[in-house]
Ligand binder design. Structure first.
Ligand SMILES: Cc1cc2nc3c(=O)[nH]c(=O)nc-3n(C[C@H](O)[C@H](O)[C@H](O)COP(=O)(O)OP(=O)(O)OC[C@H]3O[C@@H](n4cnc5c(N)ncnc54)[C@H](O)[C@@H]3O)c2cc1C
Ligand code: SF4
Length: 508
Protein backbone atom coordinates (compact mmCIF):
# COMPACT_ATOMS: atom_id res chain seq x y z
CA UNK A 1 0.00 0.00 0.00
CA UNK A 2 1.14 3.56 -0.78
CA UNK A 3 -0.30 6.88 0.38
CA UNK A 4 -0.86 9.03 -2.73
CA UNK A 5 -1.23 12.73 -1.94
CA UNK A 6 -2.27 15.21 -4.59
CA UNK A 7 -0.48 18.58 -4.66
CA UNK A 8 -3.17 20.41 -2.73
CA UNK A 9 -3.35 17.84 0.10
CA UNK A 10 0.01 18.37 1.79
CA UNK A 11 -1.02 17.15 5.23
CA UNK A 12 1.63 15.44 7.27
CA UNK A 13 0.38 15.32 10.84
CA UNK A 14 -3.25 14.75 9.87
CA UNK A 15 -4.90 12.76 7.10
CA UNK A 16 -3.83 9.46 5.53
CA UNK A 17 -0.08 9.96 5.97
CA UNK A 18 -0.33 10.34 9.74
CA UNK A 19 -2.56 7.28 10.03
CA UNK A 20 -0.21 5.04 8.04
CA UNK A 21 3.23 5.72 9.50
CA UNK A 22 4.89 2.77 7.77
CA UNK A 23 3.64 3.21 4.21
CA UNK A 24 5.56 5.05 1.49
CA UNK A 25 4.31 8.32 0.01
CA UNK A 26 3.63 8.93 -3.69
CA UNK A 27 3.52 12.44 -5.18
CA UNK A 28 2.98 13.05 -8.91
CA UNK A 29 3.88 16.35 -10.57
CA UNK A 30 1.90 16.52 -13.80
CA UNK A 31 2.94 19.25 -16.21
CA UNK A 32 -0.09 18.99 -18.47
CA UNK A 33 -2.28 19.95 -15.51
CA UNK A 34 -0.39 23.22 -15.25
CA UNK A 35 -1.03 23.99 -18.91
CA UNK A 36 -4.81 23.85 -18.69
CA UNK A 37 -5.04 27.61 -18.18
CA UNK A 38 -2.60 30.55 -18.37
CA UNK A 39 -1.92 30.29 -14.63
CA UNK A 40 -0.16 33.06 -12.75
CA UNK A 41 3.48 31.93 -12.34
CA UNK A 42 3.18 32.35 -8.55
CA UNK A 43 0.34 29.83 -8.49
CA UNK A 44 2.51 27.25 -10.27
CA UNK A 45 5.55 28.07 -8.15
CA UNK A 46 3.42 27.77 -5.02
CA UNK A 47 2.02 24.34 -5.77
CA UNK A 48 5.18 22.77 -7.22
CA UNK A 49 7.52 24.25 -4.61
CA UNK A 50 5.18 23.20 -1.78
CA UNK A 51 5.12 19.63 -3.18
CA UNK A 52 8.92 19.53 -3.45
CA UNK A 53 9.41 20.93 0.07
CA UNK A 54 6.90 18.41 1.37
CA UNK A 55 8.76 15.57 -0.38
CA UNK A 56 12.03 16.65 1.26
CA UNK A 57 10.50 17.04 4.72
CA UNK A 58 8.84 13.62 4.59
CA UNK A 59 12.06 12.00 3.31
CA UNK A 60 14.03 13.63 6.10
CA UNK A 61 11.68 12.02 8.59
CA UNK A 62 12.86 8.64 7.27
CA UNK A 63 9.90 7.65 5.13
CA UNK A 64 10.21 6.43 1.54
CA UNK A 65 8.86 8.96 -0.98
CA UNK A 66 8.21 8.12 -4.64
CA UNK A 67 8.28 11.46 -6.43
CA UNK A 68 7.20 11.27 -10.08
CA UNK A 69 7.61 14.08 -12.57
CA UNK A 70 5.50 13.29 -15.60
CA UNK A 71 3.58 14.88 -18.44
CA UNK A 72 0.21 13.64 -17.14
CA UNK A 73 -1.12 12.00 -13.97
CA UNK A 74 -1.78 8.89 -16.05
CA UNK A 75 1.92 8.74 -17.03
CA UNK A 76 3.05 9.29 -13.44
CA UNK A 77 0.75 6.61 -12.08
CA UNK A 78 1.73 4.18 -14.85
CA UNK A 79 5.43 4.69 -14.04
CA UNK A 80 4.73 4.06 -10.34
CA UNK A 81 2.66 0.95 -10.99
CA UNK A 82 5.24 -0.43 -13.43
CA UNK A 83 7.73 -0.40 -10.58
CA UNK A 84 5.21 -1.46 -7.93
CA UNK A 85 2.77 -3.75 -9.74
CA UNK A 86 -0.69 -4.14 -8.20
CA UNK A 87 -0.04 -1.43 -5.62
CA UNK A 88 -3.06 -0.34 -3.62
CA UNK A 89 -3.11 3.44 -3.27
CA UNK A 90 -4.86 5.35 -0.55
CA UNK A 91 -5.73 8.98 -1.14
CA UNK A 92 -8.14 11.66 0.08
CA UNK A 93 -11.67 11.96 -1.29
CA UNK A 94 -11.86 14.47 -4.13
CA UNK A 95 -14.64 17.06 -4.03
CA UNK A 96 -17.15 15.40 -6.36
CA UNK A 97 -18.35 11.93 -7.31
CA UNK A 98 -17.29 12.54 -10.89
CA UNK A 99 -13.74 13.40 -9.80
CA UNK A 100 -13.62 10.26 -7.63
CA UNK A 101 -14.60 8.11 -10.59
CA UNK A 102 -11.98 9.81 -12.80
CA UNK A 103 -9.25 9.08 -10.26
CA UNK A 104 -10.44 5.53 -9.78
CA UNK A 105 -10.30 4.81 -13.49
CA UNK A 106 -6.91 6.55 -13.90
CA UNK A 107 -5.45 4.22 -11.29
CA UNK A 108 -7.26 1.17 -12.68
CA UNK A 109 -5.97 1.92 -16.21
CA UNK A 110 -2.45 2.02 -14.78
CA UNK A 111 -3.00 -1.40 -13.16
CA UNK A 112 -3.64 -0.49 -9.51
CA UNK A 113 -6.46 0.08 -7.07
CA UNK A 114 -7.29 3.10 -4.92
CA UNK A 115 -9.13 3.65 -1.64
CA UNK A 116 -10.49 7.04 -0.62
CA UNK A 117 -10.34 8.48 2.90
CA UNK A 118 -11.90 11.70 4.31
CA UNK A 119 -10.47 15.07 3.32
CA UNK A 120 -9.16 16.53 6.57
CA UNK A 121 -8.66 20.02 5.17
CA UNK A 122 -12.24 20.63 6.31
CA UNK A 123 -14.20 20.27 9.54
CA UNK A 124 -17.65 19.38 8.24
CA UNK A 125 -17.92 15.95 6.61
CA UNK A 126 -20.17 15.36 3.59
CA UNK A 127 -22.52 13.21 5.69
CA UNK A 128 -22.84 15.86 8.34
CA UNK A 129 -23.57 18.56 5.78
CA UNK A 130 -26.05 16.39 3.89
CA UNK A 131 -27.94 15.59 7.09
CA UNK A 132 -28.05 19.31 7.91
CA UNK A 133 -29.14 20.26 4.38
CA UNK A 134 -31.80 17.59 4.04
CA UNK A 135 -34.53 20.19 4.71
CA UNK A 136 -34.12 21.90 1.31
CA UNK A 137 -32.49 25.20 0.31
CA UNK A 138 -29.27 26.11 2.07
CA UNK A 139 -28.62 29.39 3.80
CA UNK A 140 -25.09 30.21 4.92
CA UNK A 141 -26.19 31.89 8.13
CA UNK A 142 -28.05 28.77 9.29
CA UNK A 143 -25.11 26.55 8.41
CA UNK A 144 -22.68 28.81 10.24
CA UNK A 145 -24.77 28.73 13.43
CA UNK A 146 -25.06 24.97 13.07
CA UNK A 147 -21.27 24.71 12.86
CA UNK A 148 -20.78 26.99 15.87
CA UNK A 149 -23.03 24.71 17.91
CA UNK A 150 -21.46 21.52 16.52
CA UNK A 151 -17.90 22.59 17.24
CA UNK A 152 -18.53 24.72 20.34
CA UNK A 153 -16.35 27.50 18.85
CA UNK A 154 -17.26 30.89 20.36
CA UNK A 155 -20.12 29.29 22.27
CA UNK A 156 -21.13 29.86 25.86
CA UNK A 157 -23.25 26.80 26.54
CA UNK A 158 -26.03 27.00 23.96
CA UNK A 159 -25.52 30.74 23.30
CA UNK A 160 -23.02 32.62 21.18
CA UNK A 161 -20.20 34.23 23.14
CA UNK A 162 -21.02 37.91 23.63
CA UNK A 163 -24.72 37.29 23.02
CA UNK A 164 -24.76 37.88 19.23
CA UNK A 165 -24.13 35.56 16.31
CA UNK A 166 -22.48 38.31 14.31
CA UNK A 167 -21.07 41.79 14.77
CA UNK A 168 -21.50 43.03 11.20
CA UNK A 169 -22.64 46.43 12.41
CA UNK A 170 -19.09 47.00 13.77
CA UNK A 171 -17.43 45.45 10.75
CA UNK A 172 -18.25 47.83 7.92
CA UNK A 173 -15.94 50.69 8.75
CA UNK A 174 -13.38 52.45 6.63
CA UNK A 175 -10.06 53.23 8.31
CA UNK A 176 -9.10 56.78 9.27
CA UNK A 177 -6.56 58.51 7.01
CA UNK A 178 -3.58 57.92 9.32
CA UNK A 179 -4.24 54.15 9.69
CA UNK A 180 -1.63 51.82 8.27
CA UNK A 181 -1.91 48.04 8.50
CA UNK A 182 1.07 45.92 9.57
CA UNK A 183 3.20 44.82 6.63
CA UNK A 184 2.45 41.27 5.49
CA UNK A 185 5.13 38.73 6.46
CA UNK A 186 7.90 37.71 4.09
CA UNK A 187 9.73 34.41 4.08
CA UNK A 188 13.32 33.39 3.50
CA UNK A 189 12.58 31.10 0.63
CA UNK A 190 15.44 28.76 -0.06
CA UNK A 191 16.75 27.05 -3.16
CA UNK A 192 13.63 25.00 -3.79
CA UNK A 193 11.52 28.09 -4.44
CA UNK A 194 14.24 29.77 -6.51
CA UNK A 195 14.73 26.68 -8.67
CA UNK A 196 11.02 26.04 -9.00
CA UNK A 197 10.31 29.65 -9.99
CA UNK A 198 13.02 29.47 -12.67
CA UNK A 199 11.71 26.14 -13.92
CA UNK A 200 8.14 27.51 -14.02
CA UNK A 201 9.30 30.52 -16.03
CA UNK A 202 11.15 28.30 -18.53
CA UNK A 203 8.55 25.59 -18.75
CA UNK A 204 5.22 27.38 -18.72
CA UNK A 205 5.68 30.96 -19.91
CA UNK A 206 4.05 31.11 -23.30
CA UNK A 207 3.14 27.46 -22.87
CA UNK A 208 -0.59 27.97 -22.86
CA UNK A 209 -2.01 27.73 -26.36
CA UNK A 210 -5.29 29.55 -25.88
CA UNK A 211 -5.93 33.26 -25.72
CA UNK A 212 -4.74 35.58 -24.37
CA UNK A 213 -1.03 36.16 -24.07
CA UNK A 214 0.09 32.57 -23.80
CA UNK A 215 0.36 32.81 -20.02
CA UNK A 216 2.70 35.80 -20.13
CA UNK A 217 0.09 38.25 -18.93
CA UNK A 218 1.32 38.50 -15.34
CA UNK A 219 3.87 40.97 -13.99
CA UNK A 220 5.16 39.04 -10.99
CA UNK A 221 6.89 40.58 -8.00
CA UNK A 222 9.21 38.31 -6.01
CA UNK A 223 7.30 35.25 -4.82
CA UNK A 224 5.83 35.79 -1.33
CA UNK A 225 3.64 32.84 -0.26
CA UNK A 226 4.38 30.18 2.41
CA UNK A 227 5.38 26.83 0.89
CA UNK A 228 6.24 24.84 4.03
CA UNK A 229 4.34 24.00 7.17
CA UNK A 230 6.81 26.05 9.22
CA UNK A 231 6.28 29.13 7.03
CA UNK A 232 2.51 28.67 7.12
CA UNK A 233 2.55 28.55 10.93
CA UNK A 234 4.63 31.73 10.92
CA UNK A 235 2.08 33.38 8.61
CA UNK A 236 -0.66 32.42 11.06
CA UNK A 237 1.33 33.77 14.03
CA UNK A 238 1.97 36.99 12.18
CA UNK A 239 -1.69 37.47 11.32
CA UNK A 240 -2.94 36.76 14.84
CA UNK A 241 -0.27 38.99 16.42
CA UNK A 242 -0.37 41.98 14.09
CA UNK A 243 -3.49 42.08 11.91
CA UNK A 244 -6.36 40.11 13.45
CA UNK A 245 -7.43 42.94 15.77
CA UNK A 246 -8.22 45.18 12.79
CA UNK A 247 -9.55 42.39 10.57
CA UNK A 248 -13.19 42.88 11.57
CA UNK A 249 -13.82 46.60 11.30
CA UNK A 250 -11.97 46.98 7.99
CA UNK A 251 -12.78 43.68 6.32
CA UNK A 252 -14.99 45.36 3.71
CA UNK A 253 -12.75 48.38 3.14
CA UNK A 254 -10.39 48.95 0.20
CA UNK A 255 -7.30 51.14 0.13
CA UNK A 256 -5.15 51.58 -2.96
CA UNK A 257 -1.94 51.68 -0.92
CA UNK A 258 -2.74 48.68 1.30
CA UNK A 259 -3.28 45.63 -0.88
CA UNK A 260 -3.55 43.21 2.06
CA UNK A 261 -5.43 45.51 4.47
CA UNK A 262 -5.81 43.38 7.62
CA UNK A 263 -6.70 40.19 5.79
CA UNK A 264 -5.02 36.99 6.88
CA UNK A 265 -3.39 35.90 3.57
CA UNK A 266 -3.92 32.33 4.78
CA UNK A 267 -6.05 30.96 1.93
CA UNK A 268 -3.12 29.37 0.08
CA UNK A 269 -1.93 27.57 3.22
CA UNK A 270 -5.44 26.37 4.11
CA UNK A 271 -6.16 25.24 0.56
CA UNK A 272 -2.87 23.31 0.27
CA UNK A 273 -3.36 21.63 3.66
CA UNK A 274 -0.32 23.34 5.24
CA UNK A 275 -2.67 24.69 7.90
CA UNK A 276 -5.83 23.09 9.26
CA UNK A 277 -9.04 25.08 9.80
CA UNK A 278 -9.23 24.10 13.46
CA UNK A 279 -5.77 25.47 14.38
CA UNK A 280 -6.46 28.70 12.52
CA UNK A 281 -9.81 29.16 14.27
CA UNK A 282 -8.44 28.20 17.68
CA UNK A 283 -5.53 30.64 17.40
CA UNK A 284 -7.96 33.46 16.59
CA UNK A 285 -10.26 32.53 19.48
CA UNK A 286 -7.21 32.31 21.76
CA UNK A 287 -6.37 35.92 20.90
CA UNK A 288 -9.87 36.97 21.94
CA UNK A 289 -9.61 35.05 25.19
CA UNK A 290 -6.32 36.70 26.12
CA UNK A 291 -7.70 40.14 25.27
CA UNK A 292 -5.44 40.58 22.23
CA UNK A 293 -8.24 40.88 19.66
CA UNK A 294 -11.82 42.12 19.94
CA UNK A 295 -14.78 39.80 19.53
CA UNK A 296 -16.07 41.49 16.36
CA UNK A 297 -12.76 40.76 14.58
CA UNK A 298 -12.47 37.21 15.85
CA UNK A 299 -16.09 36.32 15.10
CA UNK A 300 -15.78 37.89 11.62
CA UNK A 301 -12.72 35.75 10.91
CA UNK A 302 -14.21 32.55 12.35
CA UNK A 303 -17.31 33.11 10.17
CA UNK A 304 -15.10 33.07 7.04
CA UNK A 305 -13.23 29.89 7.91
CA UNK A 306 -15.86 27.88 9.82
CA UNK A 307 -18.78 29.23 7.80
CA UNK A 308 -18.11 30.32 4.24
CA UNK A 309 -15.16 28.07 3.42
CA UNK A 310 -16.87 24.91 4.66
CA UNK A 311 -20.26 25.88 3.23
CA UNK A 312 -19.02 26.59 -0.29
CA UNK A 313 -17.06 23.37 -0.41
CA UNK A 314 -20.28 21.42 0.10
CA UNK A 315 -22.34 23.59 -2.22
CA UNK A 316 -19.77 22.78 -4.89
CA UNK A 317 -19.86 19.07 -4.13
CA UNK A 318 -23.64 18.96 -4.33
CA UNK A 319 -24.22 21.35 -7.23
CA UNK A 320 -21.57 20.22 -9.69
CA UNK A 321 -21.44 19.72 -12.62
CA UNK A 322 -24.34 22.13 -13.31
CA UNK A 323 -22.83 24.91 -11.17
CA UNK A 324 -19.80 25.43 -13.43
CA UNK A 325 -21.99 26.28 -16.44
CA UNK A 326 -24.87 27.96 -14.57
CA UNK A 327 -26.02 31.20 -16.15
CA UNK A 328 -29.55 32.00 -14.97
CA UNK A 329 -29.29 35.63 -16.10
CA UNK A 330 -28.16 34.53 -19.57
CA UNK A 331 -25.09 36.80 -19.50
CA UNK A 332 -23.18 36.42 -22.76
CA UNK A 333 -20.46 39.07 -22.88
CA UNK A 334 -16.81 38.20 -23.35
CA UNK A 335 -14.37 39.14 -20.58
CA UNK A 336 -12.93 42.62 -21.23
CA UNK A 337 -9.21 42.47 -21.94
CA UNK A 338 -8.31 44.77 -19.08
CA UNK A 339 -8.85 41.87 -16.66
CA UNK A 340 -5.57 40.55 -18.05
CA UNK A 341 -3.72 43.78 -18.75
CA UNK A 342 -5.00 46.19 -16.09
CA UNK A 343 -5.16 48.68 -18.94
CA UNK A 344 -8.18 50.80 -18.02
CA UNK A 345 -8.65 54.35 -16.74
CA UNK A 346 -11.01 53.07 -14.05
CA UNK A 347 -8.81 53.69 -10.98
CA UNK A 348 -10.35 50.92 -8.89
CA UNK A 349 -10.13 48.12 -11.46
CA UNK A 350 -6.77 49.21 -12.81
CA UNK A 351 -5.25 49.07 -9.31
CA UNK A 352 -6.77 45.77 -8.32
CA UNK A 353 -5.83 44.03 -11.60
CA UNK A 354 -2.34 45.44 -11.24
CA UNK A 355 -2.10 43.75 -7.83
CA UNK A 356 -3.35 40.47 -9.27
CA UNK A 357 -0.75 40.66 -12.04
CA UNK A 358 1.94 41.24 -9.40
CA UNK A 359 0.88 38.85 -6.64
CA UNK A 360 -1.94 36.60 -7.88
CA UNK A 361 -4.02 37.96 -5.02
CA UNK A 362 -6.57 40.56 -4.08
CA UNK A 363 -8.70 40.52 -0.96
CA UNK A 364 -12.29 39.38 -0.75
CA UNK A 365 -14.11 42.66 -1.18
CA UNK A 366 -12.03 43.59 -4.22
CA UNK A 367 -12.87 40.19 -5.74
CA UNK A 368 -16.56 40.53 -4.96
CA UNK A 369 -17.40 44.21 -5.23
CA UNK A 370 -14.95 45.29 -7.96
CA UNK A 371 -14.00 42.39 -10.22
CA UNK A 372 -17.13 40.25 -9.93
CA UNK A 373 -19.48 43.21 -9.58
CA UNK A 374 -18.15 44.72 -12.81
CA UNK A 375 -18.50 41.35 -14.55
CA UNK A 376 -22.07 41.06 -13.24
CA UNK A 377 -23.36 44.46 -14.35
CA UNK A 378 -21.40 44.32 -17.62
CA UNK A 379 -22.93 40.89 -18.34
CA UNK A 380 -19.81 38.67 -18.58
CA UNK A 381 -20.65 35.01 -19.10
CA UNK A 382 -19.98 33.35 -15.68
CA UNK A 383 -17.81 30.54 -17.05
CA UNK A 384 -15.45 33.06 -18.64
CA UNK A 385 -14.96 35.07 -15.46
CA UNK A 386 -14.53 31.83 -13.52
CA UNK A 387 -11.70 30.81 -15.87
CA UNK A 388 -10.01 34.15 -15.35
CA UNK A 389 -10.17 33.93 -11.55
CA UNK A 390 -8.99 30.36 -11.74
CA UNK A 391 -5.95 31.29 -13.81
CA UNK A 392 -5.12 34.53 -12.05
CA UNK A 393 -5.22 33.74 -8.29
CA UNK A 394 -2.69 31.86 -6.23
CA UNK A 395 -5.42 30.38 -4.01
CA UNK A 396 -7.73 29.31 -6.85
CA UNK A 397 -8.95 25.73 -6.92
CA UNK A 398 -12.07 24.72 -8.80
CA UNK A 399 -14.01 23.77 -5.64
CA UNK A 400 -13.65 27.22 -4.10
CA UNK A 401 -13.37 29.53 -7.09
CA UNK A 402 -16.49 28.22 -8.86
CA UNK A 403 -19.14 28.81 -6.15
CA UNK A 404 -17.55 32.16 -5.31
CA UNK A 405 -17.45 33.42 -8.89
CA UNK A 406 -20.41 31.77 -10.59
CA UNK A 407 -22.86 32.01 -7.70
CA UNK A 408 -21.73 34.61 -5.17
CA UNK A 409 -20.20 37.00 -7.69
CA UNK A 410 -22.36 36.56 -10.78
CA UNK A 411 -25.59 35.12 -9.34
CA UNK A 412 -25.38 32.34 -11.90
CA UNK A 413 -27.45 29.65 -10.23
CA UNK A 414 -29.48 31.02 -7.30
CA UNK A 415 -28.62 27.96 -5.17
CA UNK A 416 -27.60 29.97 -2.11
CA UNK A 417 -27.25 33.63 -3.12
CA UNK A 418 -30.47 35.41 -2.25
CA UNK A 419 -29.74 38.36 -4.53
CA UNK A 420 -27.02 39.58 -6.88
CA UNK A 421 -24.18 41.64 -5.37
CA UNK A 422 -24.67 44.52 -7.83
CA UNK A 423 -23.46 47.97 -6.85
CA UNK A 424 -22.69 51.34 -8.41
CA UNK A 425 -19.85 53.83 -7.77
CA UNK A 426 -21.67 54.91 -4.64
CA UNK A 427 -20.62 51.69 -2.88
CA UNK A 428 -17.05 51.78 -4.22
CA UNK A 429 -16.67 55.37 -3.09
CA UNK A 430 -18.03 54.64 0.38
CA UNK A 431 -15.72 51.67 0.95
CA UNK A 432 -12.51 52.81 -0.80
CA UNK A 433 -10.25 55.73 -1.58
CA UNK A 434 -10.25 55.06 -5.32
CA UNK A 435 -12.85 57.46 -6.68
CA UNK A 436 -11.13 60.68 -5.63
CA UNK A 437 -8.17 59.87 -7.91
CA UNK A 438 -10.17 58.52 -10.85
CA UNK A 439 -10.71 60.31 -14.15
CA UNK A 440 -14.31 59.04 -14.21
CA UNK A 441 -16.98 60.99 -12.32
CA UNK A 442 -18.38 58.87 -9.54
CA UNK A 443 -21.63 60.86 -9.32
CA UNK A 444 -22.36 60.92 -13.06
CA UNK A 445 -24.42 58.14 -14.64
CA UNK A 446 -24.71 59.27 -18.24
CA UNK A 447 -22.67 61.27 -20.68
CA UNK A 448 -18.96 61.53 -21.23
CA UNK A 449 -16.76 60.73 -18.24
CA UNK A 450 -19.56 59.11 -16.20
CA UNK A 451 -18.37 56.24 -14.01
CA UNK A 452 -18.96 52.99 -15.96
CA UNK A 453 -20.35 51.22 -12.87
CA UNK A 454 -23.32 53.62 -12.74
CA UNK A 455 -24.97 53.19 -16.14
CA UNK A 456 -24.14 49.48 -16.16
CA UNK A 457 -25.74 49.06 -12.72
CA UNK A 458 -29.07 50.59 -13.79
CA UNK A 459 -29.03 48.85 -17.13
CA UNK A 460 -28.37 45.55 -15.32
CA UNK A 461 -31.50 46.02 -13.20
CA UNK A 462 -33.52 46.97 -16.27
CA UNK A 463 -32.18 44.12 -18.43
CA UNK A 464 -32.86 41.51 -15.73
CA UNK A 465 -36.15 42.86 -14.48
CA UNK A 466 -38.08 39.65 -15.25
CA UNK A 467 -35.77 37.58 -13.03
CA UNK A 468 -35.13 40.11 -10.27
CA UNK A 469 -38.13 42.37 -9.64
CA UNK A 470 -40.12 39.73 -7.75
CA UNK A 471 -37.20 39.16 -5.34
CA UNK A 472 -38.27 40.95 -2.15
CA UNK A 473 -34.64 41.78 -1.33
CA UNK A 474 -34.52 43.85 -4.55
CA UNK A 475 -37.58 45.95 -3.67
CA UNK A 476 -35.67 49.10 -2.76
CA UNK A 477 -33.56 48.96 -5.91
CA UNK A 478 -36.64 48.60 -8.14
CA UNK A 479 -38.34 51.49 -6.39
CA UNK A 480 -35.43 53.62 -7.68
CA UNK A 481 -35.76 52.02 -11.11
CA UNK A 482 -39.42 53.08 -11.14
CA UNK A 483 -38.51 56.68 -10.37
CA UNK A 484 -36.56 57.11 -13.59
CA UNK A 485 -38.18 58.67 -16.65
CA UNK A 486 -37.91 57.58 -20.30
CA UNK A 487 -35.32 60.20 -21.14
CA UNK A 488 -33.09 59.08 -18.29
CA UNK A 489 -33.37 55.46 -19.41
CA UNK A 490 -32.42 56.38 -22.97
CA UNK A 491 -29.25 58.06 -21.62
CA UNK A 492 -28.44 55.05 -19.42
CA UNK A 493 -28.80 52.57 -22.28
CA UNK A 494 -26.73 54.74 -24.57
CA UNK A 495 -23.96 55.06 -21.98
CA UNK A 496 -24.00 51.32 -21.24
CA UNK A 497 -23.63 50.56 -24.98
CA UNK A 498 -20.80 53.08 -25.20
CA UNK A 499 -19.01 51.47 -22.23
CA UNK A 500 -19.21 48.01 -23.80
CA UNK A 501 -17.81 49.38 -27.05
CA UNK A 502 -14.99 51.14 -25.19
CA UNK A 503 -14.23 47.95 -23.23
CA UNK A 504 -14.11 45.85 -26.41
CA UNK A 505 -11.79 48.37 -28.05
CA UNK A 506 -9.52 48.59 -24.99
CA UNK A 507 -10.45 52.22 -24.35
CA UNK A 508 -12.34 52.07 -21.09
C1 LIG B 1 -15.27 36.27 -6.91
C2 LIG B 1 -14.54 35.57 -5.80
C3 LIG B 1 -13.56 34.64 -6.08
C4 LIG B 1 -12.92 33.95 -5.04
N1 LIG B 1 -11.99 33.01 -5.35
C5 LIG B 1 -11.39 32.32 -4.35
C6 LIG B 1 -10.42 31.32 -4.64
O1 LIG B 1 -10.14 31.03 -5.80
N2 LIG B 1 -9.82 30.67 -3.61
C7 LIG B 1 -10.11 30.97 -2.31
O2 LIG B 1 -9.54 30.35 -1.40
N3 LIG B 1 -11.03 31.90 -2.01
C8 LIG B 1 -11.66 32.58 -2.98
N4 LIG B 1 -12.57 33.56 -2.67
C9 LIG B 1 -12.92 33.77 -1.25
C10 LIG B 1 -12.08 34.86 -0.54
O3 LIG B 1 -12.12 36.03 -1.30
C11 LIG B 1 -10.65 34.40 -0.34
O4 LIG B 1 -10.63 33.18 0.36
C12 LIG B 1 -9.85 35.42 0.48
O5 LIG B 1 -9.89 36.67 -0.14
C13 LIG B 1 -8.42 34.93 0.63
O6 LIG B 1 -7.64 35.88 1.26
P1 LIG B 1 -7.26 35.79 2.81
O7 LIG B 1 -6.66 34.49 3.10
O8 LIG B 1 -6.50 37.01 3.13
O9 LIG B 1 -8.72 35.81 3.45
P2 LIG B 1 -9.35 36.47 4.76
O10 LIG B 1 -10.19 37.61 4.32
O11 LIG B 1 -8.34 36.73 5.79
O12 LIG B 1 -10.34 35.31 5.25
C14 LIG B 1 -9.87 34.22 6.05
C15 LIG B 1 -10.09 32.90 5.38
O13 LIG B 1 -11.47 32.62 5.25
C16 LIG B 1 -11.70 31.81 4.12
N5 LIG B 1 -12.70 32.48 3.28
C17 LIG B 1 -13.13 33.75 3.38
N6 LIG B 1 -14.12 34.00 2.50
C18 LIG B 1 -14.29 32.86 1.81
C19 LIG B 1 -15.15 32.49 0.74
N7 LIG B 1 -16.02 33.33 0.22
N8 LIG B 1 -15.00 31.24 0.24
C20 LIG B 1 -14.12 30.36 0.77
N9 LIG B 1 -13.29 30.66 1.77
C21 LIG B 1 -13.39 31.90 2.29
C22 LIG B 1 -10.38 31.65 3.38
O14 LIG B 1 -9.83 30.42 3.70
C23 LIG B 1 -9.54 32.78 3.96
O15 LIG B 1 -8.17 32.49 3.96
C24 LIG B 1 -13.24 34.24 -3.70
C25 LIG B 1 -14.22 35.20 -3.43
C26 LIG B 1 -14.86 35.85 -4.45
C27 LIG B 1 -15.93 36.83 -4.14
S1 SF4 C 1 -15.32 56.57 -10.25
FE1 SF4 C 1 -16.05 54.59 -10.88
S2 SF4 C 1 -14.37 53.69 -12.04
FE2 SF4 C 1 -13.54 55.40 -10.91
S3 SF4 C 1 -12.74 54.51 -9.02
FE3 SF4 C 1 -14.84 55.16 -8.58
S4 SF4 C 1 -16.09 53.38 -9.01
FE4 SF4 C 1 -14.10 52.99 -9.93
Amino acid sequence: MTVWLRGDHLLRHRGPLSRRPDEPLLLVEAESFARKLPYHPHKLTLVFAAMREFRDAVRESGRTVHYRRAETFADGLAAHLDEHPDDDLVTTEPQTDAARERLRSLVADAGGTVQFVPDERFLCSPDRFDAWASGGRYRHEDFYRFMRRETGYLMDGGDPVGGEWNYDDRNRETPPGEWTPADPPTFDHGETVTETAEWVAETFAGGYDGPPYGGDWADPEPFRWPVTRRQAVRALDHFVTYRLADFGPYQDAMRGEAWAMSHSLLSTSLNLGLLGPEEVIERAIGAYETGDAPLNSVEGFVRQVLGWREFLRHVYRREMPELAGANQLDAQEALPEFYWTGDTDMACLSDVVDGVRKRGYSHHIERLMLLANFGLVYGVEPERLNRWFHAAYVDAFHWVTTPNVVEMGLYGAGVFATKPYAASANYVDKMSDYCSGCPYYKTKTTGEGACPFNALYWEFLDRNEDELRSNHRMGLMYSHVDNKGEEEWAGIRERADEIRTMAREGEL
